[in-house]
Ligand binder design. Sequence first.
Ligand SMILES: *Cc1c(COP(=O)(O)O)cnc(C)c1O
Length: 227
Amino acid sequence: MAIINNLKKINSDIERVAESCGRDPKSISLLAVSKTKPIEMLLEAYKGGQRIFGENRVQEGEAKRPLLPADAKLHMIGHLQSNKVSKACHYFDCIQSVDSLKIARKINNKCSELDKVMDIFIDINISGESSKTGYCLGVDIIDEIKEISSMDNLNLLGLMAIGPNTGDRDLIKRKFKELRNFMILINKQTSLNLTELSIGMSGDYKEAIEAGSTMIRVGSSIFGTRG
Ligand SMILES: *Cc1c(COP(=O)(O)O)cnc(C)c1O
């Protein structure tokens, strides 16, 4: 029951925060981050209406995918190693953590073999924290993003980022807005029409929605803290 109540609370937060800043709540989706959590908890969330789940390890996605109902979607949100690309392409519906041309090429080649088009996001490091993966935000990466977007078996939807690790709410919101402005700049400088911003976790999804998030990735506020 706790999981279903947590989902209700977050979905009502999405509505409330979206309306408070003049956004359509339906333009924001909720990804339930189920890493380290047993399948029973995902199925409980599914019963509560949740359909998109996120994992940060390929092996965990591989184990859980066959146990999830067919209409549940699984997103890869953790750094992807080259030797795991093949499995990731099999078991995930979207890879949000594309952080190099090399990994994009590998996903594209594998999906070509599988006759599949993979939804992807580009992982951007907006905090400057070296512990985080992703491209450093800057105009110099636009050409590479354009090249990735041109690959036949990839469908580039937008950008993904993790907020800075700080209690400074204004700084968090400012960094999220920088990412949104960067997406607008990419669209202006290229013929791309990126629309998705995967930003906001348990601790900062309100700031993310205010800054333009279209997908929040929430783990501990749904499933409880991880051990
Ligand atoms: C773990 C994780 C989340 C969810 O974090 P919570 O603080 O538990 O909501 C979101 N995004 C990524 C990339 C993660 O690794």
